[in-house]
Write a protein that binds this ligand. Structure first.
Ligand code: URA
Length: 439
């Protein structure tokens, strides 16, 4: 087919539809460098405005999967993956992965880096001295067989079209589009060979999806793509109006994840990890139903087998396993600034985006792709929405490295808090669930 890219852009711009063959030709042409960035960016912008129907979204996903290799993990049994659409303080993977693997279900996880104010699992794991996030496909498969868990970066051979497109979208204002996000997330899950995936769709100021209606639409699109490719998919819709847990920032979040595996985690993080873990076990057919899944996850928390699996994971990927027993070995910021309540009151809101932007300012995240990050810095919240704080009591610690942006960041954390003289109800954490049929 002679590809007339401008005609495809114009048709989408005017609200028309593209065939699967046209979408495939466009994506493969872009991956090979035959379609230039400016045309692909114009096409993405047309999709942002005009959307794509289910058939177009499925075709886009298939084209991105087909741009690289697709792993076959069937020799490991039913492999389950977990993915969050991104938020502030979200270290759930680091807790739930080891718990599920400790229950005997293989966990093969390819994670990403943080971008904007949204943190990334790979950056967090690199707080652990020596931890490698660049395993080859052969190493990935060998480790999955040996210890039943692997958490690494995506290899360049998997859905390369998504890697190129995501970088383009990130710099052309074309990230926020349900078909583009759904196909991007699902193409990676399908290419990575999982049989089932549990997705955490974050909703709120600290997430891509700002309201529940958008989050539901994204979840439905991802479930439909999964079903079309033979994957079992569960989407939990969860709150991201305030950060998850207490810690925001790389080594601080690793420390909190270890605390959670020791049974000392903040209640919201632990609840999310239990719910996602139980669902992963059900989807991997390691538990009959959610109740049985929860019982297994609780056992792995109580008997320390989840913690032991995390230690094994860290050691297998070249990291210092002693951090698991001695969190003081993690990198620490030279100074901690404590924020104290000016008067007694209740926390009414903590803007997740405000805290996330403050963490970037402290160096814990990137302003743009490729920037170096400081694993030591971040924020620890001592109060969450609904908590009563007495006058003079600390409500947040800001871990600073002594850089010019520190004062700004401290101000942003202070401004992220809203206070009330009257009692405020805690926020609901789990807002909904959209799933493919039980299998
Ligand atoms: N995460 C992804 O993997 N892709 C997107 O487009 C947005 C979030």
């Amino acid at each position: 087919m002679a590809l007339r890219v401008v005609e495809l852009i114009e048709r989408k711009r005017d609200g028309g539809k593209l065939s699967a063959e046209e979408i495939e030709a466009l994506v493969l042409g872009y991956t090979k460098g035959e379609v230039p960035d400016y045309q692909m960016a114009a096409f993405c912008m047309a999709v942002v405005w005009r959307g794509m129907d289910a058939a177009e979204t499925a075709a886009l996903t298939s084209a991105m999967v087909g741009s690289g290799e697709r792993l076959d993990l069937s020799r490991f049994g039913r492999v389950v993956d977990k993915h969050s659409t991104g938020g502030v303080g979200d270290k759930t993977t680091l807790v739930v992965g080891p718990l599920v693997a400790a229950c005997g279900a293989p966990v093969a996880k390819m994670s990403g880096r943080g971008l904007g104010f949204s943190g990334g699992t790979l950056d967090k794991l690199e707080s652990i001295a020596g931890y490698r996030v660049d395993l080859s496909t052969a190493e990935f498969l060998a480790q999955l067989g040996r210890i039943g868990i692997v958490v690494t970066g995506q290899t360049a051979d998997l859905a390369p079209a998504d890697g190129l497109l995501y970088a383009l979208r990130d710099t052309t204002g074309t990230v926020p589009s349900i078909p583009l996000i759904a196909s991007s997330v699902m193409s990676k899950k399908i290419a990575a060979g999982a049989h089932a995936v549990v997705l955490d769709v974050k909703v709120g100021s600290g997430a891509f999806m700002k309201d529940l209606a958008q989050a539901r639409a994204l979840a439905k699109a991802m479930v439909a793509i999964g079903v079309a490719h033979g994957l079992a998919v569960t989407c939990e819709l969860t709150d991201m109006e305030q950060p998850l847990g207490r810690a925001v920032g790389n080594s601080l979040e690793i420390s909190e994840a270890i605390a959670a595996l020791r049974g000392e985690g903040p209640p919201d993080l632990v609840r999310l990890a239990r719910v996602a873990g139980a669902e992963m076990l059900v989807r991997a057919r390691h538990a009959r139903d959610t109740r049985a899944g929860l019982a297994k996850i609780d056992r792995a928390l109580d008997d320390g087998s989840g913690l032991a699996k995390f230690r094994e994971l860290v050691a297998a990927q070249g990291g210092d396993p002693k951090v698991v027993d001695d969190r003081a070995r993690l990198p620490r910021a030279p100074r901690v600034e404590t924020l104290r309540a000016a008067r007694t009151g209740y926390v009414a809101a903590i803007a997740a985006d405000g805290v996330g932007i403050a963490s970037v300012r402290l160096g814990a995240g990137r302003e743009k792709k490729g920037d170096p990050i400081d694993h030591r810095t971040g924020i620890v919240l001592h109060a969450k929405v609904g908590d009563r704080v007495e006058r003079g009591q600390p409500y947040a610690d800001v871990h600073v490295a002594g850089k010019p942006g520190d004062a700004d960041a401290i101000g942003m954390v202070r401004d992220a808090f809203r206070w009330s003289a009257r009692h405020v109800a805690p926020r609901r954490l789990i807002l909904g669930r959209i799933a493919s049929r039980a299998d």
